[in-house]
Design a binder for this molecule. Structure first.
Ligand code: SF4
Length: 467
């Protein structure tokens, strides 16, 4: 289990800070709505539901025999001349990557966007070794310039205004850049080109690792993935062990699912397949290719009621539709993974004490289940984590007391009737004299909402409805 320190702030405190930024509450729903709309439009003429079911089957079959497929993957990588390193946790993964950089005599590193490298906090470790690390995905580059963290799996700077991005890039340029998206990206492209040319090591994640062929698959839209993995003399790919898929033909299902659910595209601009270092006679490619296989809590989920979360392909679609994420953004979740998938992964990877409150931050509406391209039953997992938290006595005392009282009151018909009558009468009085806004936490909830007057006769008492 994680040795992360206890967070200094709660989800509620972080959410309040995020809610104070009006831009966030406009930008996140706008951008995520576009992604969902594009997904529906692009796949309108395709059997998307059939594709989801195939995706679920592939992921389920793979994770059910994870060790078998990993064994095949490692053998195929070795046959391709790829050096494989296994990391039980984040510290081991960082150590492998630092050692490879040291042995390569590297001073400059370029990176492709990778949530796995965020998960292990790689950049600070490399920088502590004196390496110059440059993120080359535009969003990640801006995040790095600002000392910030990504707030969405696919769109790391979904929380930033164009003005903020312009300010960040203007600092690098040493002059005021124009407020024009094309000019800003043009400037970033030119600046990053030098970083690619000078880098000794390129680091990427892996969207998939194909077991039968020993291939790392990357899906990107900016072309930086190809530059990072082909120009430096050493390429290191950090891959979560669950990202293995059995065969190349599975990509016919998994690629449209990840690009469709992630960005609403039928296919991204670049799909890069890497099967080893440069071979004799080949004009380009790295001299060495390394894979670091990251466990970091994944294997412990096999055979548990949470195994299905290992099917995740990190497309970010569940974030796009989550009514909580859409209001508070990714930073409120306090770790690299936000939204429904973050609310499941954080307590599982980091423990109940660190991430245990996040499954409460859900309306359990099930929108995440409905959009997940590999049909992960996220809301079931959230409910199981809530139960686990209660069983572990990790819920705050007042929450447990309230739940005990609730259970006591509602587990006998006469107590249920008594309580609902008393509460109904109390709420009617409070609404009638305008007291609701001053009733502690209920008041905070009710401010900004019009609470309807409760009916005098509860629904189940209206026998006339039977007639
Ligand atoms: S849980 Fe499903 S929707 Fe969410 S990131 Fe993973 S694959 Fe995508």
């Amino acid at each position: 289990m994680s040795t992360d320190p206890l967070p200094e702030t709660t989800f509620a405190e972080r959410s309040r800070a995020q809610l104070a930024r009006p831009f966030l509450r406009q930008a996140v729903p706008r951008a995520t709505d576009t992604a969902v709309k594009d997904l529906r439009a692009r796949f309108a003429d395709h059997d998307y539901e059939g594709l989801r079911e195939l995706g679920r089957q592939i992921r389920s079959r793979t994770i059910a025999d994870l060790d078998g497929y990993l064994g095949q993957l490692v053998t195929a990588f070795a046959a391709n001349g790829v050096q494989v390193h296994r990391a039980a946790d984040a510290a081991e993964a960082r150590e492998h990557i630092r050692r490879i950089c040291r042995e390569a005599g590297a001073t400059r590193v370029v990176k492709v966007k990778s949530m796995a490298t965020e998960e292990i906090a790689l950049n600070p470790a490399l920088e502590a070794d004196g390496l110059q690390v440059t993120e080359t995905d535009l969003g990640e580059y801006v995040v790095q310039l600002d000392g910030d963290t990504p707030s969405h799996i696919i769109a790391p700077i979904i929380h930033k205004t164009r003005g903020e991005i312009r300010e960040s890039l203007s600092r690098v340029a040493g002059r005021e850049l124009p407020d024009d998206a094309a000019e800003l990206t043009g400037f970033a492209r030119e600046t990053l080109r030098d970083a690619f040319m000078d880098a000794d090591v390129g680091i990427s994640g892996a969207n998939f690792g194909v077991a039968e062929s020993g291939t790392v698959v990357l899906v990107t839209n900016e072309g930086n993935g190809r530059m990072c993995t082909s120009m430096p003399r050493v390429h290191i790919s950090l891959m979560g062990i669950e990202r293995v898929i059995p065969a190349l033909e599975d990509l016919a299902v998994m690629l449209p699912l990840i690009t469709g659910a992630g960005t609403g595209q039928l296919i991204t601009s670049y799909v890069t397949m890497l099967s080893g270092p440069r071979r004799e006679g080949e004009p380009d490619g790295p001299d060495q290719m390394h894979i670091v296989l990251l466990d970091n809590g994944r294997r412990a989920l096999l055979g548990t009621e949470f195994q299905d979360v290992l099917h995740c392909i990190r497309c970010g679609a569940c974030q796009n539709v989550c009514p909580v994420y859409r209001q508070v953004g990714g930073h409120a979740y306090g770790w690299v993974y936000g939204g429904p998938i973050g609310a499941v992964l954080s307590p599982l990877f980091r423990g109940q004490a660190v991430g245990g409150e996040l499954p409460q931050a859900s309306s359990l509406c099930g929108a995440c289940d409905d959009i997940c391209p590999v049909k992960i039953p996220l809301h079931d997992l959230l409910l199981r984590l809530r139960r686990q938290r209660v069983d572990a006595d990790a819920a705050p005392r007042r929450e447990r007391l309230a739940a005990d009282l609730w259970a006591w009151a509602w587990s006998s018909p006469w107590r249920y009737r008594l309580v609902t009558r008393c509460v109904g009468a109390g709420v009617r009085v409070a609404v009638g004299i305008g007291l609701v806004g001053r009733l502690g936490p209920l008041g905070s909830w009710a401010r900004g909402r019009t609470l309807p007057m409760l009916a005098r006769r509860p629904f189940h008492a209206r026998r006339d409805l039977d007639d």
